[in-house]
Design a protein around this ligand. Structure first.
Ligand SMILES: CC(C)(COP(=O)(O)OP(=O)(O)OC[C@H]1O[C@@H](n2cnc3c(N)ncnc32)[C@H](O)[C@@H]1OP(=O)(O)O)[C@@H](O)C(=O)NCCC(=O)NCCS
Length: 191
């Protein structure tokens, strides 16, 4: 599904136009490019091709999406939505595509998927030193629940556990896998 009606959206703060972004369901064909991106995006704990295969085998409980620009994967996200609590498995944007709203777009998609799976809450863990991700989550309404001390090793980095209530707005009746996240973010995020 195309998320922008405009083939090329003008970004007022950039000299160059931002190419059209498309969200589509992740497939096994994406695995080589995902495994190539991972070490750059998650330096301390990149997922291998084997991990990606296992994650995709977990569908439909797991749901994964990729963001494409000009035919190249520039971001991706995944969620486990099997129960009352859905969990963000991953969300990432390639460095060249950051700061243009793509992380927010992917997070909106995750929220929509959690809600569609019937979850009451969407939870995630984030490194205490990952300021960009924490800001992304708190701006979307996630609240800090607890801290797991020295969770990330090596480095003794704490994990912040964050949570968003998604269960109060189950009016989404569309049937397709990919949804317009902007429409789905009209929600009550009170915890
Ligand atoms: C976190 C990440 C997904 C953000 O992606 P992005 O496309 O740059 O994010 P967006 O452009 O949609 O920004 C959304 C919000 O995130 C926050 N944010 C994004 N980058 C930020 C930065 N460098 N510093 C502070 N806040 C930042 C801002 O609040 C921003 O909203 P605002 O500009 O209106 O204030 C991206 O930095 C990334 O992939 N990092 C590596 C992987 C990772 O850490 N994933 C999360 C694991 S828990």
């Amino acid at each position: 599904m195309t998320l922008s009606e405009d083939p090329v959206r003008e970004d007022p703060v950039r000299e160059h136009p931002v190419p059209e972004t498309t969200l589509r369901e992740m497939t096994w064909r994406d695995i080589p490019s995902l495994a190539e991106l991972e070490p750059e995006l998650f330096v301390d704990d990149p997922w291998s091709e084997r991990t990606w295969w296992a994650e995709l085998a977990g569908r439909p409980r797991r749901a994964y999406v990729v963001a494409e620009r000009v035919g190249a994967v520039v971001g991706y996200a995944g969620v486990d939505r099997g129960g009352e609590v859905a969990d963000v498995m991953t969300v990432a944007v390639a460095p060249t595509a950051r700061g243009q709203g793509l992380g927010k777009m992917l997070l909106d998609w995750l929220v929509a998927q959690a809600r569609r799976g019937g979850a009451e809450h969407l939870m995630l863990e984030v490194r205490a030193d990952n300021v960009a991700a924490q800001r992304l989550y708190s701006r979307a309404g996630f609240a800090m629940l607890t801290v797991r001390r020295r969770y990330y090793q090596p480095g003794d980095v704490d994990a912040l556990i964050m949570r968003l209530r998604v269960g109060d707005a189950t009016q989404d009746t569309t049937q397709d896998t990919i949804v317009d996240p902007a429409a789905d973010m009209r929600q009550d995020v009170t915890l």
